[in-house]
Design a protein around this ligand. Structure first.
Ligand SMILES: [Mn+2]
Length: 370
């Protein structure tokens, strides 16, 4: 069986104030073309469909469009929720969509979701493991008074439950949105709350392939069979050298055969480069999303304006001796890599123009700490 594995679309994402929806639309149309060319028998989307729990209407429309086009091709699509998605919202219509072979699992269940799809050699069992907080598994299976669980313990438990429905000797694929220990993090993933957010690779050893989402760099962890397809596009300056694309996986009668990354050229590249203004001015105009570090020793007057003549999509510019941005950065509403409490207090402040009181912070701590 040929599988096409993708993840971390983050539809509706903005980067330095630039909405990437047109770039996402462009690359997903290429993805549809890739589906026509490669003719996979199953498509896997391993979470973080949207960038936010309350996605923009543009993002919802784009997902709706791509889904419709995929289901028209009559290829089964298996999809789970990631930590950026709202499980409840993404779950909408899931029972109806199953009739069209679009299988979305956004919420955990007492009986973890298994979908079987046949190829010439028989059935393949797919475990759909949506992103969950460990507390959710604890409450659901053990009760609220049970001991706290780590991400590792909760995932091990849930995947053991999932495997109970897979007959011995049958081929199987896990679809999950987790941080597998040993993977390389970028800086555009939102960290899971709590320190022990990692899951050990052994959790997936019984599967013939683990189609993972969460880490944005395409990579294997521990073996060829445990793999992140990476995000749809470069979602931070640090990702300038990532090769984004889609992962094509082949399973034969014995299980895993091969996996390779198919790189697709985006509408705009994202570059992070340094040089003097004179060097840049000698270049051709470049419409990449550009993060520039100027190496001139002397002060460059009106640098951002001059750089924009070469890089119309200038995202940020710095001078090597002055690490702060020399272009006016758009107002950032929320702190990056922040806790849920920090995110909420930023949101609260932007909505009410006042800071949280001590009582309110205490109440929130109680809610978030559970
Ligand atoms: Mn993600």
């Amino acid at each position: 069986m040929k599988l096409l594995h993708t993840a971390d679309w983050h539809l509706g994402k903005t980067l330095n104030g630039v909405n990437l929806i047109d770039d996402q639309d462009f690359i997903l149309k290429k993805f549809l073309k890739l589906v026509d060319d490669e003719k996979p028998e199953t498509i896997i989307i391993s979470g973080d469909i949207y960038d936010r729990a309350d996605p923009s209407t543009n993002a919802i429309e784009l997902f709706d469009e791509i889904l419709f086009k995929l289901t028209e091709k009559k290829i089964p699509v298996l999809c789970i929720a990631g930590n950026h998605d709202s499980a409840e919202r993404l779950n909408f219509g899931s029972r109806l969509f199953a009739n069209k072979k679009f299988f979305i699992t956004a919420k955990t269940d007492f009986e973890p979701k298994i979908i079987t799809i046949d190829d010439n050699f028989g059935e393949i069992y797919f475990s759909l493991i949506p992103f969950f907080e460990p507390g959710e598994i604890r409450n659901k299976f053990f009760g609220e008074n049970a001991e706290r669980m780590s991400f590792d313990a909760a995932n091990k438990f849930y995947i053991t439950e999932a495997r109970k429905k897979i007959p011995k000797g049958k081929r199987s694929v896990a679809i999950a949105h987790v941080y597998v220990d040993g993977g390389i993090e970028s800086d555009s993933e939102r960290k899971f709350i709590g320190t022990a957010g990692k899951v050990s690779p052994e959790t997936f050893f019984e599967y013939d392939y683990a189609a993972l989402g969460h880490l944005h760099k395409p990579q294997n962890v521990f073996s060829d069979k445990i793999r992140y397809s990476g995000s749809l596009l470069k979602y931070s300056a640090k990702e300038f050298d990532h090769k984004k694309g889609f992962t094509l996986v082949e399973l034969d009668k014995n299980g895993f055969l091969s996996a390779k990354n198919i790189e697709l050229k985006p509408k705009h590249d994202l570059i992070s480069i340094s040089g003097t203004l004179a060097e840049f001015q000698a270049r051709k105009k470049d419409d990449s999303y550009a993060y520039i570090t100027l190496t001139d020793n002397e002060f460059v007057y009106d640098a951002a304006q001059k750089l924009r003549e070469i890089f119309p999509n200038l995202m940020d510019a710095k001078n090597k001796s002055r690490p702060n941005s020399i272009i006016s950065a758009p107002e950032r509403k929320f702190r990056e890599n922040s806790t849920i409490l920090e995110q909420f207090s930023d949101f609260f402040e932007s909505m009410t123009h006042r800071t949280l009181t001590e009582n309110e912070i205490a109440a929130l701590n109680e809610i978030c700490g559970g």
